[in-house]
Design a protein around this ligand. Structure first.
Ligand SMILES: [Zn+2]
Length: 83
């Protein structure tokens, strides 16, 4: 466990954070590989979509809506069954 943390720390020391898109990249790259080929508009869209993996964010949102519908359905069903 300690070894894993040390490894993460070493990995972090070898990386730096981009001022532009706030993602991490390895120090040996002189330009950020995430945003160096984007113009300002593309970068803005990229950041508004939630960074590196926009699908993950909307996936969680869809799951929460789905869960809310299930809970509401169970709640209504229990009310119907009681009356
Ligand atoms: Zn960047």
């Amino acid at each position: 466990m300690f070894g894993g943390r040390l490894f993460l720390l070493l990995q972090d020391l070898n990386r730096k954070r981009c001022d532009r898109c706030s993602l991490h990249y390895e120090k040996h790259n002189d330009k950020c590989p995430h945003c160096s080929d984007m113009n300002d508009f593309e970068l803005k869209v990229f950041l508004e979509e939630g960074g590196i993996d926009p699908n993950a964010k909307s996936g969680i949102g869809q799951f929460l809506i789905f869960a809310a519908i299930i809970i509401l359905f169970i709640f209504l069903l229990s009310k119907i069954l009681k009356t």
